[in-house]
Design a protein around this ligand. Structure first.
Ligand SMILES: NC(=O)c1ccc[n+]([C@@H]2O[C@H](COP(=O)([O-])OP(=O)(O)OC[C@H]3O[C@@H](n4cnc5c(N)ncnc54)[C@H](OP(=O)(O)O)[C@@H]3O)[C@@H](O)[C@H]2O)c1
Ligand SMILES: [Zn+2]
Length: 372
């Protein structure tokens, strides 16, 4: 039974809500709970293609009738149908008026590589739509929702909006600024060093933490390193383990141009996906990568490049793996000028700590969440 709850009015005097108000808030809470449950399912759909859709966003949709999911769909990648279309095709019939379509991102309303989803939604007979995040692209933002409402469709929006937006943080930054979303990642010792003496095994973090770190590559368009990392480590910078994984571009910065020709990056099967930038500032490199349609860049070190990213405030997200070791030595994780004072240091927000074996993975975002 629903029990009336004491609420505070603007005057600050306690007041008991009327039964009508209570019924309304009860129904609203029930609707929100149901909406969140099905939006979660739509998010899970979207995640199936996370990292595969660039430069398009990852989007998921589910169709619900009588509290049951009757169809699902997600966007598979550029040139493929959008999530709403996949979902309606999965249903395969005219949609009854009592059905609700849940979609993690506002349906598109203009023709691009594919026809507008708003048209398909109306044509299929959908009368209720629940939207997660609105489109951040100023050219499209809100238009899909307005179009659907104008055609008499009931639209609820903003359900799990933060989660839905965060899923496409890289796309959101790139579509608005033209520059890629930058993740700074490294494995470091507790004293902030990147390497161990040359005669020892070079790893600072354990195997499971390194595997976790490698998985980030599957979700970005490019991985970037400085030339010294290529000379010292001869890395592959590939996604491993996943069958037919989409491999990121590999980007190397050099001033001297002294790069070992036999290095894996220049001689393996993916050599055509390695880009070398000679004598360019990191900011200009990122701008150029954005122009190439690269929406996200993972900077994997070394300390010189990470330091430049920090000094120039180019980092959108930090993902740092700490191993339980004090190393000392010259290769500092974020070299560079450093902040002039504590107030100007980069303070992370929405920080999360994950223990992986004996290591800790710390992720955080500098400043507010403009893209998620
Ligand atoms: N623990 C980890 O997660 C991790 C990750 C990566 C690397 N590492 C280690 O870090 C060490 C390397 O780090 P590091 O700080 O010495 O070097 P680095 O950052 O890997 O590379 C520095 C070099 O990159 C080039 N470079 C940097 N900024 C540039 C720019 N804006 N434009 C053009 N070229 C630019 C220059 O190459 P040129 O000299 O060719 O001009 C510079 O000497 C290695 O020992 C590696 O094993 C560890
Ligand atoms: Zn669409």
């Amino acid at each position: 039974m629903f029990v009336p709850r004491a609420t505070s009015g603007c005057s600050g005097n306690p007041r008991v809500a009327s039964p009508t108000e209570n019924n309304y808030s009860f129904l609203k809470a029930m609707t929100t709970e149901r909406d969140e449950k099905f939006m979660h399912a739509a998010l899970n759909e979207a995640k199936k293609a996370l990292g595969q859709t660039s430069p398009n966003p990852a989007v998921g949709a589910v169709l619900v009738i009588n509290n049951r999911i009757v169809a699902k769909g997600h966007h598979l990648g550029v040139g493929r149908d959008h999530a709403e279309i996949e979902c309606l095709r999965d249903f395969g019939a005219l949609v009854p008026a009592r059905a609700t379509l849940y979609v993690t991102l506002e349906p598109c309303s203009t023709a691009g590589r594919t026809a507008p989803c708003t048209d398909a939604i109306l044509k299929a007979g959908v009368r209720n739509v629940v939207v997660g995040a609105t489109d951040v692209n100023p050219c499209h933002s809100g238009k899909g929702i307005v179009q659907l409402r104008a055609a008499g469709v009931k639209v609820r929006q903003g359900i799990l909006a933060d989660e839905c937006a965060r899923l496409n943080e890289a796309f959101n930054k790139w579509i608005v600024t033209g520059r890629p979303f930058v993740i700074a990642k490294c494995g470091m010792s507790l004293d902030g060093r990147l390497t161990r003496p040359a005669i020892e095994p070079r790893w600072i973090t354990g195997r499971s933490a390194r595997r976790h770190a490698c998985e980030v590559r599957a979700h970005v368009d490019a991985v970037l390193v400085g030339a010294e990392t290529v000379r010292a480590d001869n890395p592959r910078l590939t996604v491993r383990g996943a069958h037919r994984a989409r491999q990121p571009w590999r980007v190397v910065l050099t001033r001297s141009g002294k790069l070992p020709r036999r290095a894996r990056l220049f001689s393996d099967q993916l050599a055509a996906r390695t880009l070398i930038y000679k004598g360019k500032s990191l900011a200009n490199v990122l701008k150029n990568l954005g122009k190439r349609g690269i929406t996200s860049v993972l900077i994997e070190g070394g300390g010189d490049v990470l330091g430049q990213a920090l000094d120039a405030r180019l980092i959108d997200k930090a993902q740092l793996y700490l191993g339980p070791i004090l190393s000392g030595g010259p290769v500092i994780a974020f070299a560079g000028q450093g902040a002039a004072n504590a107030a100007n240091a980069l303070r992370l927000r929405c920080v999360s700590y994950q223990r992986i074996g004996q290591n800790v993975c710390i992720t955080g975002y500098p400043g507010a969440f403009p893209w998620g």
